[in-house]
Write a protein that binds this ligand. Sequence first.
Ligand code: TXA
Ligand code: MG
Length: 361
Amino acid sequence: METKWIKMLEDEPDMPAVKEAGHIIRNGGLVAFPTETVYGLGGDGLNREAAKKIYSAKGRPSDNPLIIHIADMEDLKMLTKEIPEKAKRLAEAFWPGPLTMIFHKSGQVPFETTGGLSTVAVRFPNHPVALAFIKESGGFVAAPSANTSGRPSPTSGIHVYEDLQGRIEMLLDSGEVGIGIESTIIDMTVEPPMILRPGFITEEMLSGVIGNIAVDSTTQKQIAGMAPKAPGMKYRHYAPRGELTIVSGSSKEVKEKINGLLKAAKEKGLRTGVIGTEENIRFYQADIKMNAGRKEDELTIARRLYSMLREFDEKQADVIYSEAFPGTGIGQAVMNRLLKAAGHKVIQAGQGGEKDDSNRQ
Ligand code: TXA
Ligand code: MG
């Protein structure tokens, strides 16, 4: 199949194209579309055949549940058995926006969409093209991130095209997304509600509205014998093809350590890459250098992360070293994705010793 690639402005959805996209979804086909977090690979959330097509286009294991995207608060009722009071308050505070909530599913939601689970993940995104598209599609669009399984999530239309051309009917492209990291996921079926995946909406923002919340402890480190509660988080996602290692410590020690590692890799004939803050990047001697943004500017680091990881693939880096970033605010989500991309390989600079928990299960 040939993928129709339509470009438009974020604030001016091209309505004829969006209507055509909606028609494709209502007929059981697939369309990739932008959201404020990352691009999604959409199909009809209430159609079991469409869910199967999504898994196969993405090359994704079918036990990994999909998020259903809605464009009207009223539509949540149709998907869920009950809406807890706290979920109503979170929806009021953060929807439309980069927050996904998990509920007990209604009979309307096929098990194909939820990967066999009796719960369903729902998100009301905040993006003019996404909202127009969901409405034209009948209101319920199941969508994982629009990358092929194992690659970094797409933050621009060209990333989607690289991964999915020929596998989907249409791509609605409104350029680069605003956030760049997938939505925060919170499970509302447990008490206290639990964060399964950190994102732009932080723990502090959530507890500011509903009080006590829990965090799945596998989101910041690997724990022996413990699988993440969001099935998708167990896969080695987000990974570039080159071997990525994170180096943490004081700025001076990190710079020295990374340069030493880069030198050793070059001597072995490897093509080297580095991710550093704007303050440090010029000090590194690497073949490919990525400026993640200023140290304090977590939003920019988040927005650039996945496209930097993809660029290392394009430029064929064999080994990549990255500075660690501050784990506050959205920085927590950045570190969560970076740790997964690195398979949890972390070197502590300046203490003689190296910490590497990558071999732990
Ligand atoms: O920002 C986002 O959330 C993007 C955009 C497109 O909306 N979507 C996205 O979808 O990141 P995906 O499929 O790449 O990640 C969804 C995650 C997976 O880790 C999946 O296992 C988890 O959500 N998930 C979905 N339904 C779940 C459920 N019922 N229980 C637990 N985890 C669930
Ligand atoms: Mg994904």
